[in-house]
Write a protein that binds this ligand. Structure first.
Ligand SMILES: Cc1ncc(C[n+]2csc(CCOP(=O)(O)OP(=O)(O)O)c2C)c(N)n1
Ligand SMILES: [Mg+2]
Length: 739
């Protein structure tokens, strides 16, 4: 922390001055208090300048930290910059300044400069991201940061128990993913009063409490969420009262416009977190003097009297008065300090206004890892089936997709200690003593895909999450940001939706929005699909196109055991987030079984498989439609001599356009088949591309076969009618061949 010497009082030094000079305030020295004021004042003035610049249309958005300055400075003084970790929401300008961000860097974000260290012009101002200071990239959705902070705080605990895991390694993402941690580090996460209404806040409180995590929750309660007052958000109007029953927490409620009292609350809370007994929760009462943002005018919903009451508590004025009252600075000293801040700020503004913007060619940089290309030949290894031979030379029975996924997970966990697995029911048994006493066999997933992994690798590497999907993905994102490799499970695709905010707005964006400052490569395994005879609406859904629509997310959908093993290994070793879709119907199917391909078998992403070559018609499909389309194609050849080229895409993002194009060049006819409902489904994009780019090679319209535009019904007759069947595929292939 830089220090400014307190000016001696004019008029010479007397005894009481000397006494006062040694006085501290909750441990803060007079110099620290002057520094605190400098930071608070700087924060306010950066806001003021940004507001001016926005009115002059020199920046494009403004949201202020006004009224919250004392909290930020108190937090930074009580914590360690570059050592602890920070998930700082948009009002935390003063915190960031106090941790070491410069006003110039903040203004670079305002103008959207290429050199903006937060995002290179990609995010709005006040969306902090400073890797050198452990300030983790923030987004606009309120509350998503909290579960990520949980995952961050879990990471240090894990690495303390597994220090080897932090070591650099070659041959996969670890080569490019440094891991640094401190056994006693603390994670800071802040949020507004309104944001405590988000479910993810409560999910984070659950896990922090249960796990006794070194996580510091800071609620900056300014009484409003845009125009909605706190009593509408929070029953009884006070969040402290609602959370008081959570075990293992240290709680503080404090006037957040008083930096000294707030600092004391932070010191006690940080000490609790560092010592290890659990998280802390600081509820700070602050003010919001500048409306919600420049797009809001609070006079529309707050009368003058209320606003004046707030103004009387302005932390900048309060701090000024305090310094004068305590004889730490006099008016002249304050004026000098403020002038210095203004002069420095002017230099920063002038520089930032001249900073060049990013060039459009850079737009696609860092959607994916620049270091590891999972489509490259590095991920093309041959299966080694020799281990599948028994010692007497007899062939070992081929394995199901479920077997090989389990084997791949086991191989990779053995190889890479950064891998952790969690999700609903994935553990063998949370009550370890039952396992130890051999009272039970253990579960290991509702489909048993993770069976035995907790027993083999320990309960801190494979464990049950709460029944909360955002919790799973949010925590995984936080852990992956820190360098772990979470391979987590969503039990049923049908229930992925609570995690949608994390999946759409967070996980796949971490790298791009931080301009490669942070990344979060992890694997989300999801049991998907129907054809279950009784799976009904809520155990049969597909919907993969919703996720292939998200830039930054790799989406894989294997149709057989060998592909599942090879693609899962690539998913784990690569440097991007991967949604790994596992078709439930294929888990134990006879179709597509394979011997174990060895512990290094990989398939690159974006490479389809030609299931059978043909000359008359291209069928492009994936997942559980592959075996059905194969049956239909074989029948068509048997009965009509039509030779279908059947392409199993295997990977949906990226997908293998070259193979599709080469096939259509040859056959001049294309059918796209998929299990999801027809309209707006994954095949719509493939069909559109074929129509667009291969029009001159087509002898017939591009056809699609897919499910009806309904949900999947329970009664098997209805299910059969709704989902695409062999007969539907046969009919469409025949019609297209005859066209
Ligand atoms: C999930 C989500 N919903 C809505 C918004 C729009 N929005 C931005 S800030 C905000 C109010 C936040 O209030 P609070 O948590 O009290 O924080 P404050 O701005 O008062 O500091 C809203 C509704 C958003 N960004 N994210
Ligand atoms: Mg608020």
């Amino acid at each position: 922390m830089a220090t400014i010497k307190a000016d001696p009082k004019p008029g010479g030094v007397n005894e009481s001055d000397i006494k006062k000079a040694g006085k501290t305030y909750e441990g803060l020295t007079r110099q620290q208090l002057v520094e605190a004021y400098r930071l608070m004042y700087t924060s306010r003035r950066v806001d003021d300048r940004e507001i001016l610049l926005k009115r002059q249309q020199k920046i494009y958005f403004q949201i202020s930290g006004a009224g919250h300055e004392a909290v930020g400075v108190a937090a930074a003084f009580a914590m360690k910059s570059g050592y602890d970790w920070f998930y700082a929401y948009y009002r935390d300008r003063a915190l960031c300044l106090a941790l070491g961000v410069t006003p110039y860097e903040m203004l670079l974000q305002g103008v959207g400069a290429a050199e903006d260290p937060s995002s290179g012009g990609r995010q709005m101002p006040s969306h902090w991201s400073y890797p050198r200071l452990n300030i983790v990239t923030q987004s606009s959705p309120t509350g998503t940061q909290i579960l990520q902070a949980v995952g961050c705080s879990e990471t240090a605990r894990y690495l303390t128990a597994h220090p080897e895991a932090a070591k650099k390694s070659t041959g996969d993402y670890r080569q490019f993913k440094d891991v640094a941690f401190h056994p006693d580090e603390v994670t800071y996460v802040s949020l507004g009063d309104g944001t405590t209404s988000e479910g993810e806040f409560w999910e984070a409180m659950n896990t922090a409490s249960n796990g006794r995590l070194p996580l510091l929750f800071v609620v900056e309660d300014n009484g409003y969420a845009i125009s909605v007052p706190v009593e509408v958000q929070t029953p009884g109007g006070n969040i402290s009262r609602l959370v008081a029953g959570f075990p293992n927490f240290h709680f503080e409620e404090v006037d957040g416009t008083d930096p000294v009292a707030t600092y004391a609350a932070f010191v006690r809370s940080v000490a609790h977190c560092r010592a290890g007994p659990g998280p802390a929760f600081i509820h700070t009462h602050v003010i919001r003097p500048y409306s919600h943002s420049l797009s809001d005018d609070e006079r529309l919903y707050r009368p003058d009297a209320e606003r004046q009451r707030d103004a009387a508590r302005d932390p900048i004025t309060r701090m000024q008065m305090f310094l004068i009252r305590e004889g730490i600075l006099d008016e002249k000293g304050i004026n000098q300090l403020e002038k210095q801040v203004e002069d420095d700020l002017q230099v920063a503004v002038d520089r930032a206004l001249g900073a060049p913007p990013p060039t459009p060619e850079t737009i696609t940089d860092y959607v994916y890892s620049p270091d590891i290309d999972p489509t490259s030949s590095v991920f093309e290894t041959q299966p080694i089936f020799s281990q599948a031979q028994a010692s007497d030379g007899k062939k070992v029975a081929p394995k199901t997709m479920a077997d090989l996924i389990n084997a791949t997970l086991r191989d990779e966990m053995r190889r890479d200690e950064r891998i952790v697995m969690f999700g609903e029911d994935v553990a063998d048994c949370s009550r370890e003593e039952y396992l130890r006493q051999k009272l039970i066999k253990g579960k290991g997933g509702v489909f048993k895909l993770t069976a035995g992994l907790q027993c083999d690798f320990g309960s801190d590497r494979v464990f049950n999450s709460p029944l909360a999907e955002a919790n799973i993905v949010g925590r995984a994102t936080g852990m992956a940001t820190r360098g772990l490799k979470p391979v987590v499970e969503i039990q049923f695709f049908d229930y992925i939706w609570p995690a949608m905010m994390q999946l759409r707005n967070e996980l796949p964006l971490i790298r791009w929005r931080s301009n490669n400052g942070f990344s979060a490569p992890c694997v989300i395994r999801v049991a998907i699909g129907g054809y279950l005879t009784g799976g009904a609406i809520y155990h049969s859904q597909c919907g993969e196109s919703i996720f292939t629509h998200i830039p930054g997310l790799r989406v894989v959908f294997p149709s057989n055991a060998l592909d599942a093993a090879g693609l899962l290994r690539t998913a784990i070793r690569c440097d991007d987030p991967v949604l790994f879709l596992e078709h439930k119907r294929l888990y134990r199917e006879t179709y597509g079984r394979s011997p174990y391909p060895g512990p290094d078998y990989m398939i690159p992403f974006g490479k389809s498989k030609i299931v059978q070559p043909g000359t008359d018609l291209s069928v492009i499909t994936y997942g559980a439609v592959v075996p059905r389309a194969l049956q239909a194609a074989q029948k068509l050849e048997r009965e009509h001599g039509v030779r279908v080229e059947l392409i199993d895409l295997r990977c949906l993002n990226p997908f293998d356009w070259e193979t599709i194009a080469a096939s259509v060049h040859k056959t001049n006819r294309a059918l796209v088949a998929y299990e999801d409902s027809l309209s707006w489904g994954y095949g719509a994009e493939i069909a559109a591309r074929i129509a667009d780019q291969l029009f001159q090679h087509l002898d017939a319209p591009v056809r699609r076969v897919a499910a009806m535009d309904t949900f999947v019904a329970y009664q098997p007759r209805l299910e059969n009618a709704i989902l695409p069947q062999m007969d539907d595929l046969f009919r469409a292939m025949k019609e297209l061949a005859d066209f």
